[in-house]
Ligand binder design. Sequence first.
Ligand SMILES: Cc1cc2nc3c(=O)[nH]c(=O)nc-3n(C[C@H](O)[C@H](O)[C@H](O)COP(=O)(O)OP(=O)(O)OC[C@H]3O[C@@H](n4cnc5c(N)ncnc54)[C@H](O)[C@@H]3O)c2cc1C
Length: 323
Amino acid sequence: MNNFAYVKAGSLAEAIKALSTKGAWLHAGGTDLLGCARNEILPVEKVVSITSLKQLKGIAAQPDGSIKIGALTSPAEIAASKAVAAKYAALAQAAAAVGTPQIREQGTIGGNVCQRPRCWYFRNSDIQCLKKGGTMCYAVTGENQYHAIFGGGPCFFVHPSDIAVALTALQAQISIAGPTGNKAVKIENFFISPKKNVAKENMLLPGEIVTDIRIPPVSGTTKSSFRKIAARGSWDSALVSVAVALEIETDGARSVRIALGGVGPYPWRVEAAEKMIVGKKLDSTVAAAAAEAAVSGAMPLRDNAYKLDMIRGAIEESLMAFI
Ligand SMILES: Cc1cc2nc3c(=O)[nH]c(=O)nc-3n(C[C@H](O)[C@H](O)[C@H](O)COP(=O)(O)OP(=O)(O)OC[C@H]3O[C@@H](n4cnc5c(N)ncnc54)[C@H](O)[C@@H]3O)c2cc1C
């Protein structure tokens, strides 16, 4: 592991300044960053810790009915929060599905959303894949059972965050502070395609920090859920996950958002499936039609077409559980 400088920022401004130099990386819980540094898959020259910035911690209900979650809030705190569970069940369930108890305690929501891909070619320090400046994505012809079936190319990693999938269904907004000031972006605009920039997964610029995540208010008739299919019960990334947020009245579904995890370079919204549901009374026929629509447009690689049935099953199960 290379030596690096360590800065413990005493303020947001100090962190932004320290992060604005080349080779500087933000350290929140460190559960992902330090693994990447140890395996020398990132050029880490300086680690900037923001852990002492208390204003980035905690969950707070806002006067307009939305909720604000500080970037340093742990998945464990989110999973245990009554305020989150009451209105945003999908988020509570996704936070509870993250890794192990230790990861859920030590990690943070900001780090979870910004964590680097788990692609085994990217994580292998002996392999110079496309994402690390090489010339090819080895998943194209290699071991691609865990790779993208939507939105892939030229690189086929899948986004590893469970929490981001729930946040996408719940229309979250990401607050960012940086050298040029503060801004807020919809979560769908936060992530970027490998077609746009193969080296990055989100739109953060040097020195920019996620400060909090806000989720808009939901109506009393909105229900949400998160389901994850993984090879092992814990400590495992999603093969497929599904988050659904559904506003449902007695006469039918008013609105729905469905996001998939484990299948694309960012939480993958399946609008074709959503269209099958809106305005209809939810039953097994509608759920099956939505599940089928969700996989239209998928482009599996040699070894990952099994994800199609997982998507169908997880969507049907999620929708039928709301009836
Ligand atoms: C064994 C294991 C199992 C796991 N299983 C799962 C799982 O099942 N589901 C899942 O979703 N995740 C899983 N993870 C990933 C884990 O959830 C993340 O490592 C963790 O949430 C990252 O949070 P952190 O605060 O430790 O981030 P750090 O390691 O501190 O940072 C991660 C990355 O995000 C950047 N970053 C962190 N915070 C910010 C911020 N506020 N603004 C801008 N950039 C930031 C860092 O610079 C770094 O690049 C697993 C990890 C491990 C090691």
